[in-house]
Design a binder for this molecule. Sequence first.
Ligand code: ADP
Ligand code: MG
Length: 287
Amino acid sequence: MSENPMVPDLSLPEEHGGRALSGVASMSRAVTPDAIDVSHGAILYLEDVTVSFDGFRALNELSLSIDVGELRCIIGPNGAGKTTMMDVITGKTAPDSGKVFLGQTIDLTRMNEPSIARAGIGRKFQKPTVFEQHPVWENLELAMKTDKRWLASLRARLDGSAQARIEETLSLIRLEGEALRPAGELSHGQKQRLEIGMLLMQQPALLLLDEPAAGMTDDETMELASLLNHLRGTCSMMVVEHDMEFVAALAGETGKVTVMAEGRVLSDGTLDEVKRDSNVVESYLGR
Ligand code: ADP
Ligand code: MG
């Protein structure tokens, strides 16, 4: 750890073996930071996770695993435990029991929210939270500056690389033309894309998106689907969503879709397979 308070602390918490992330190298479109061991293929692994609220099991021995580079859609009725699952992964809620691992070795149940975020998990909540008064590009810059890994690389290198990264992200989220506008003037769909851009500035290994298409127009929804499809390979993603057209656009014919109900996995497979699963038809889609 650095003794100088002006120099950002680049070391990772003990849970990660105290290894430093490679600052500049991790700025390229690496799928996962070195510290995450994905040698067995999984970026996220949940086993028998149970969360109770006053005796009610919001998660009931939930087991689920996401492959590195995968974009997994999660569907399921209200109250199925989807948001609670994200709360557990991000350290907001501690499970009563069960395993939650990032890669092979990082035990998320032993970490707090900030250290989980630093380990590489970004979360998009339903409501966009952008700095309304600030121009769009500055929102991206601010997001970058809150990330210690970026702060270090900013100091280590000329500002040009940061500028290039902001421009690259603006183009990815299709907001080049809005770069100088205050974020508060953007449409709902544009704000959602900006917030995703802000998360991307932090180079997440895994991005969790909870109902990102809620409140969007059909056009905005399809534009978001195309953005997320474009991000494949940049990071792994878990997307909770009700809009079935959006899910179809993300899952395609071969992508895996997980159906949750009553705190556990009811079914998983391609969208066609889960739609034909009689359990799913009874408990969810058929209603
Ligand atoms: P979903 O996101 O799938 O709609 P949630 O994870 O939000 O479902 O909720 C699952 C269940 O857990 C619901 O019955 C909800 O009322 C309950 N629940 C979630 N959070 C809390 C909490 N903090 N306190 C009590 N009950 C909760
Ligand atoms: Mg929810």
